[in-house]
Design a protein around this ligand. Structure first.
Ligand code: FMN
Length: 179
């Protein structure tokens, strides 16, 4: 059974990307999926000066989890058309561990499902496009993307609208078929 790790690039306590991730993880059928909370591995904003004082233990623990999995699902907010500084800082920290070229996974490139949502209509699609282009550099092979716009209209009584729910199920099934 393939192992998937899922996390959000948001540090918002009421994160809608975390909610999208929860819907997504619930659709995983044939893999073993683990929800990871990046805030359990607190890291300062990346700095060469801080790194010179020593690699944080939390970073080593986080990398170990990522390397131990076969694939990842990321649901990230878009901030000003780009990835949140919070997520970028984590990626920068991960890139400082050997092998530097592959922050997420270590030696090899692994499949990624890259997702985003926002209250606005584009659902963070601008950032997803950029992250898809950057992912090979980070050791990820993007096998699927999904941007859900107008999150608060798409979720009624804590549930996704049926069409969106089905679209998400199809995306997850296609991702799992590629693992
Ligand atoms: C600094 C900042 C910049 C934002 N920029 C964008 C943006 O470029 N595109 C977008 O769709 N939403 C943008 N938003 C709105 C976010 O989509 C919204 O805050 C959303 O709740 C973030 O997801 P989260 O709840 O998972 O953190 C921005 C929000 C903040 C705080």
């Amino acid at each position: 059974m393939k192992k998937i790790v899922a996390f959000t690039g948001s540090n918002h306590s009421q994160s809608i990307n975390q909610k999208l991730l929860n819907f997504t993880v619930a659709k995983v059928k044939i893999s073993d999926v683990t929800m990871l909370n990046l805030s359990d591995y607190p890291l300062p904003i990346y700095s060469l000066d801080i790194e010179a004082k020593g690699i944080p233990n939390e970073l080593l623990q986080l990398k170990e989890i990522l390397v131990a999995n076969d694939a990842i699902i990321i649901a990230t907010p878009e901030h000003n058309g780009s990835m949140p500084a919070y997520l970028k800082s984590v990626i920068d920290w991960l890139s400082r561990l050997v092998p530097a070229k592959s922050p997420f996974f270590g030696e090899s490139s692994k499949p990624v499902l890259l997702m985003s949502t926002s209250p606005g209509p584009t659902g963070g699609a601008t950032n997803i496009k950029t992250m898809t282009e950057l992912m090979p550099w980070w050791g990820g092979d993007v096998k699927g993307t999904y941007s859900l716009g107008s999150f608060y209209e798409e979720v009624v009584d804590g549930k996704l609208l049926p069409e969106t729910d089905q679209a998400l199920a199809d995306i997850v099934a296609r991702f799992e078929a590629q693992l």
